[in-house]
Design a protein around this ligand. Structure first.
Ligand code: PML
Ligand code: MG
Ligand code: MG
Ligand code: MG
Length: 255
């Protein structure tokens, strides 16, 4: 048995009552880990660079081990860019290489850059037309019920590549789950944390980071998933939100 632990925090009021999104987190852990993981999430909501939360929803649910799907971790690449403009151009090129239509890439970057407040979840966007496919507004689709199978092995694997921050730790897990879904062509993401300017493009083959994808100090971020035409959206949304997934790093690289 595992426990799905989910936290979302907002300021002013609950998200559904118009509160400002502060922080969110998802884990899938053993009973032994549960108290410390839940405490860490509460702390994160209370001491966040986006502000102090005054609404915190912490949900704990059991998950049957036999329902958990194993998914491999994506390899990571980092591209150093001199400016946000250069970063977005490189991200655009990577998305086009992945099979997203140039017009859809341009529309998506404009949509993400033009947000008035951060998205709690992701927008689903047609990879050919750039049209938004989900009707969840600012809520978007929140990817949930995923974690790393062996945290120690994962942290070592990341450390050997020079990565040690919580943003990358969590984002690679999320992107790996998302890319294992049939019909997902690519993802574009940059953070809503004002001081975190690195963003990424993920494809089913590679998670590519760009060191500047948004201006320093901007509290607006989000995710876009590019979807192949003909994909069963209901099934996809169900997988993203409810299918428990554990990500593993390749055994030969883990030690
Ligand atoms: C977030 O934590 O809000 C998203 C972070 C995306 C980039 C993570 C990285 O690869 O450094
Ligand atoms: Mg986050
Ligand atoms: Mg896929
Ligand atoms: Mg954040």
């Amino acid at each position: 048995m595992l426990y799905s632990v989910r936290m979302r925090a907002a300021q002013g009021d609950a998200h559904e009552k118009g509160g400002k999104h502060i922080s969110g987190a998802e884990r899938l852990v053993s009973q032994e880990q549960l108290p410390s993981v839940a405490t860490a999430m509460l702390r994160r909501a209370l001491f966040h660079s986006r502000g102090t939360a005054d609404f915190i929803n912490l949900t704990v649910e059991t998950v049957l081990t036999e329902n958990v799907q194993a998914v491999p971790c994506l390899p990571i690449a980092t591209v150093a860019v001199p400016s946000v403009t250069a970063g977005r151009e490189s991200a655009q090129a990577e998305l086009i290489r992945a099979g997203v239509a140039p017009a859809a890439v341009a529309a998506a970057i404009e949509a993400l850059a033009g947000l008035k407040s951060s998205l709690r979840g992701a927008m689903l966007v047609d990879a050919q037309t750039g049209v938004r496919l989900d009707d969840n507004g600012e809520k978007g689709i929140r990817v949930s019920r995923m974690d790393i199978a062996d945290e120690q092995a994962y942290l070592c694997w990341l450390n050997r590549q020079g990565h040690s921050n919580i943003h990358i730790q969590e984002a690679v897990v999320l992107a790996s789950k998302v890319m294992a879904a049939p019909g997902v062509v690519a993802e574009l993401c940059w953070s809503d944390d004002p001081e975190y300017v690195t963003g990424y493009v993920s494809t089913p083959m590679l998670y590519t980071r760009f060191t500047k994808l948004k201006p320093y100090g901007s509290p607006i971020g989000g995710r876009i998933f590019f979807i192949k035409e003909g994909t069963d959206l209901e099934q996809l949304a169900d997988y993203l939100q409810y299918q428990p997934v554990l990500i593993s790093v390749p055994a030969e690289e883990a030690s």
